[in-house]
Design a protein. Structure first.
Length: 350
């Protein structure tokens, strides 16, 4: 029977303490961790999974099946109680919670994908059964090499997974596959800890990297948003960075015309470091590709008409050019001022 919450704040969830030895050793009072909603029992109850254990939870608000939750362990005895970061928790608090868990393992998107591909080859099928992870990684790799209109790389990576779950959509993506793989590996770790613990950590790290980017990009629409996405650079997966912001530099064509600035940073095996600046407004795109060498600029100028045609096929009137610039300018990143609360993070104990 799920214990009542009458004497607890509304944000708390009282969980039925699992039976069996070793339960207390899996959790520490005051720590922050993630959970996964396995099944809804009622509008005020659900089965959640944390650290490989499934527990019945009394929930003050309905939770969606497949949703991931961030919780803080408030009490271990006599009753196991965790507090849930509610939906209206400020973004910085949620981001800081994830940073405390995953910042040391944060990796570039391309490196994460290659690590997962290698991991699948080294692990038995039992670790990936029913997850669709191998197929999903293959789909992402193909999309990174040759983007398709119906294969949105960010959707495939799982960056919109929570929104899809909330809308009742059952699309396949990397985050969903990793969550299923995580459950498989947690069960295997219970039986063979030395054999599967390292694989579980890599899957947990990959999930954390996706979720950090989700929260950082939940900023107000007036802020800069940034994403990582994989692409093939020669024979290996590399990572590009995409920044999206409202243009505040007087580039509006009229008082009622809003302009969006897109900045892409990447490195090409033959052309070196590149910076692509695009201004998008009312069906038009004006863009410049910057490189630090005259040779790279000349090479790009030969193919600008192809880029304009691709954008034209997507419905835009495009005007592109190539220019030479310093390496300092080309590689300068555009980080939001308040996306990652590093100052506050330093004052908090993990």
């Amino acid at each position: 029977m799920i214990p009542p919450l009458d004497n607890l704040p509304s944000i708390l969830k009282a969980l039925v303490q699992p039976r069996g030895a070793g339960f207390e050793s899996r959790f520490t009072q005051g720590e922050t961790l993630q959970g996964y909603v396995v099944k809804n029992l009622s509008p005020t109850a659900a089965v959640v999974r944390m650290r490989g254990l499934e527990m019945a939870a009394n929930t003050p608000k309905p939770l969606a099946e497949g949703q991931r939750i961030i919780v803080r362990v408030e009490q271990l005895k006599p009753q196991f109680i965790v507090s849930l970061l509610p939906f209206d928790t400020p973004l910085k608090e949620k981001t800081a919670a994830l940073l405390r868990m995953y910042l040391p393992s944060a990796a570039l998107a391309g490196a994460t994908l290659e690590e997962l591909m290698a991991l699948i080859k080294d692990m038995p099928p039992a670790a990936w059964r029913g997850t669709g992870l191998e197929k999903m990684l293959d789909t992402i790799a193909k999309s990174a090499k040759k983007p398709e209109a119906d294969k949105n790389i960010f959707q495939l990576m799982g960056l919109f997974h929570e929104g899809e779950v909330a809308r009742g959509q059952k699309g396949e993506n990397l985050k969903k596959s990793l969550m299923l793989a995580q459950i498989n590996l947690e069960k295997l770790v219970e039986k063979h800890p030395e054999q599967y613990r390292a694989a579980l950590k890599k899957v947990n790290d990959a999930l954390g990297n996706i979720e950090l980017r989700q929260l950082i990009n939940s900023e107000d629409c007036k802020e800069v948003k940034s994403w990582q996405f994989p692409y093939w650079n020669g024979g290996q997966l590399d990572t590009a960075r995409l920044y999206v912001e409202r243009d505040e530099q007087g580039n509006k064509r009229s008082k009622n015309e809003e302009t969006v600035r897109l900045t892409i940073l990447l490195q090409m095996s033959r052309l070196g470091e590149l910076r692509v600046e695009l201004l998008v407004f009312k069906g038009r795109i004006e863009g410049t590709i910057y490189s630090q060498s005259d040779g790279a600029v000349m090479e790009m100028e030969k193919h600008l008409h192809e880029v304009e045609k691709i954008l034209g096929d997507a419905g835009f009137i495009a005007n592109m050019n190539a220019e030479k610039a310093s390496l300092e300018f080309i590689t300068r990143q555009i980080e939001p001022d308040n996306a990652v609360p590093l100052k506050g993070l330093l004052d908090l104990k993990a």
